[in-house]
Every structure is written in C-alpha cells, then in structure tokens.
Design a protein around this ligand. Structure first.
Ligand SMILES: CC(=O)[C@@H](O)[C@H](O)COP(=O)(O)O
Ligand SMILES: NCC(=O)COP(=O)(O)O
Length: 237
C-alpha cells in the first residue's frame, strides 16, 4: 500500500498572509490525520515564507502519523532535523531563491556531501530519503551514498501526463525498477494530483509513499479536506 503524506506548506502560506493563526496549522495537521492521511510533510525554506522552523517543533508534538521534513541540508536545517527527530528527512537540493523545488540531486557529483549528511541523520535514528530525477545512473548514485529511500521528483511526469501518460511515466518505471533491484525504498512527489496519481501508483512497483501539497490543498477548496484526502486514498488503493 502507498502511504499518503500531506504537505501542509500551503496551510502555512495562508496563515502567514495575515500574520495571525488562521488557519491553525496544528489543527489542520491533526484533522488531516483524522481524515486518513498517513503522514504529514513540511518543507521549511530558509526564508520561512511558509513553514517556520518553530512549526516543525510544534508539529512534532502533535503529529501521530509519520512526520517527514524536507529541505536543503544547510547547517540550520540539519540542526533543526536533529533537534526535532522526525521519522523521515528528505534532502532536496533547492536553491535559496527557488519558487519551489525544481531539480533532484546529482548523486554522483555530491557523493561525499550526501554520504556525510545521510550518515549524520541515520546515526540519529532518522530514516533518510533523497529527492532525485528518474534517471538510473542517479539511482545507482543514490545507493552509493547510503540513503534508505529515494523520492522521485515527479514534475516531468505531471507535466507530461496530459500529453502522453505512457511516455511520461516510462523513465519513472525504469528508475523504480533499478531502485527495487538495489533495495532502495521509493517515495514520490511534486505536482501529483487527483488527475495523475492513480496512473502513477498503478505503474510504479513498491511505491511506499507520496507527499502531496499544492494540488491537494487547491482541490480541497472545492472538495473539502476530508473528501480530498479520501479521494487520494481511494486512488492509492
Ligand atoms: C520536494 C518537493 O517537491 C516539495 O516539497 C515542494 O518543494 C514543496 O515546496 P513548496 O511548497 O515550497 O513549493
Ligand atoms: N515532496 C513533495 C511534496 O511534499 C509536495 O509537493 P507538491 O504536491 O506541493 O508539488
């Protein structure tokens, strides 16, 4: 079964727009779990434009499902993750000024750095995942740096889905096949939506987890959070 982890960055974006506590991020996270979400994901960015570092500490106290913290492992992020100790940390190579994540790791070029950071987190008992493109050489490199899992960066799948979904998913099937051969766990995320999730989950063997934020929160404006979560769970069965 593929777990659904809901990324609550957009709830924090909305809250920060007025500077108060509406919507209440902690209540939303608890309610999402009540609706069936099997994980909560956050991606604090250095400018704290949505998730604040304090949110990570506060969420840790109330999240009962799997807590996943994503981000670029700059020292401030590493310190936060080691303090909060989520179940999973996902390393993402995003630049400070990126609007959103826009690339996976070059696991060959950054082999030494990734090996070092992954060791630090694994020694602290935190499962590691690294954000990667669907490329078999990069997956081989992911194995070499010692990560427990990879998170497949699905933007190209989501963009290609409406043009030709068979073509769009091909590299992801290849990448997943290699990851399975190497014993790497497989997560996926970025621009997954109610439109494209079922085809993805049906075609990727041993897909352990998807983290979804932007589309799910947008869809919930029409459907409500409870319905949106349950529609994803139904498509992931
Ligand atoms: C790694 C990934 O794809 C997501 O975490 C995405 O980057 C969400 O971040 P934003 O909400 O800042 O776009
Ligand atoms: N890791 C991907 C994630 O958390 C959510 O990405 P998106 O659904 O907001 O594109």
């Amino acid at each position: 079964m593929t777990k659904l982890s809901v990324n609550v960055n957009k709830i924090a974006t909305l809250r920060n727009a007025r500077g108060g506590n509406v919507p209440d991020l902690l209540k939303v996270a608890t309610d999402l779990e009540g609706f069936g979400a099997q994980g909560i994901t956050i991606h604090p960015r250095p400018d704290e434009r949505h998730i604040r570092y304090q949110d990570a500490r506060d969420l840790k106290k109330i999240v009962k499902s799997e807590f996943n913290i994503e981000g670029n492992p700059v020292q401030k992020f590493i310190d936060l993750v080691l303090e909060v100790k989520p179940e999973q940390v996902t390393l993402v190579p995003d630049s400070v000024d990126a609007i959103t994540s826009n690339a996976g790791w070059d696991t060959i070029k950054h082999k030494e750095f990734l090996t070092d950071v992954i060791n630090t987190f694994k020694n602290a008992g935190i499962r590691t995942s690294i954000f990667v493109d669907a490329n078999t050489k990069i997956i081989d490199g992911a194995k070499a740096v010692g990560t427990d899992r990879i998170e497949l960066y699905t933007e190209s799948y989501a963009t290609g889905y409406f043009l030709n979904k068979e073509n769009a998913i091909k590299p992801f099937i290849e990448a997943a096949k290699r990851a399975n051969e190497l014993g790497l766990g497989i997560n996926a995320g970025h621009d997954l939506s109610l439109d494209n999730i079922q085809f993805f989950a049906q075609n990727i063997p041993n897909l352990l987890e998807v983290s979804i934020g932007h589309a799910l929160i947008s869809e919930a404006l029409y459907l409500g959070l409870d319905n949106a979560v349950n529609m994803y769970l139904h498509r992931l069965k």
